[in-house]
Design a protein around this ligand. Structure first.
Ligand code: GDP
Ligand code: MG
Length: 177
């Protein structure tokens, strides 16, 4: 997980967005520190976390931004999106409403962020299959129509979290190379 003495070839800013309590902060904790907490404290303090990884023999510093409880519609400021080359749009597979709000988040992204931003849609909490409220097939269709990458993750079980970040970072890397 990173090495301070390493020469950095690229810094990619990626923003996490989506409704409150879908698991954005835990997805970031899993990716940046391999940690998870069941404690649902609202996000406080730190604006972003970083992790440096290697893609195609280059060192890439991923700078991942997390909303500090500003998840209400239009409360996330344009400073948050500034310079972002990737976005992870998260909903909770057990809460239909969090998926129904995805078009709003997309609209917000498209009005504030760079038009070439790489977007991945993430259905989190896949460990709660028995409480599923959003069928995977529906989202596949939606993602395809909107031209988004899509994965279901579990921050709790560490399922697909690494893949989700690698999908976004590799796509960004391919665009700049
Ligand atoms: P945020 O508001 O989107 O940042 O959501 P949090 O990361 O604070 O998570 C909200 C709640 O959902 C917390 O109680 C987490 O422990 C829980 N949570 C987050 N990810 C998962 C997951 O993958 N599975 C389960 N079962 N719970 C999760
Ligand atoms: Mg949070």
């Amino acid at each position: 997980y990173g090495d301070a003495s390493q020469k950095i070839d690229y810094v990619f800013k990626v923003v996490l967005i989506g409704d409150s309590a879908v698991g954005k902060s835990q997805i970031l904790a899993r990716f940046a520190r391999n940690e998870f907490s069941l404690d649902s404290k609202a996000t406080i303090g730190v604006e972003f976390q970083t992790r440096t990884l290697v893609i195609d023999h280059k060192s890439v510093k991923a700078q991942i931004w997390d909303t500090a409880g500003q998840e209400r519609y239009r409360a996330v400021t344009s400073a948050y999106y500034r310079g972002a080359v990737g976005a992870m749009l998260v909903y909770d597979i057990t809460k239909r409403q969090t998926f129904d709000h995805i078009p709003r988040w997309l609209e917000e992204l498209r009005s504030h962020a760079d038009k070439n931003i790489v977007i991945i849609l993430i259905g989190n909490k896949s460990d709660l299959e028995d409480q599923r409220a959003v069928p995977t097939e529906d989202v596949n269709e939606f993602a395809q129509k909107e031209g988004l990458f899509f994965l279901e993750t579990s921050a709790l079980q560490a399922t697909n979290v690494e893949s989700a970040f690698m999908t976004v970072l590799t796509e960004i890397f391919n665009i700049v190379n």
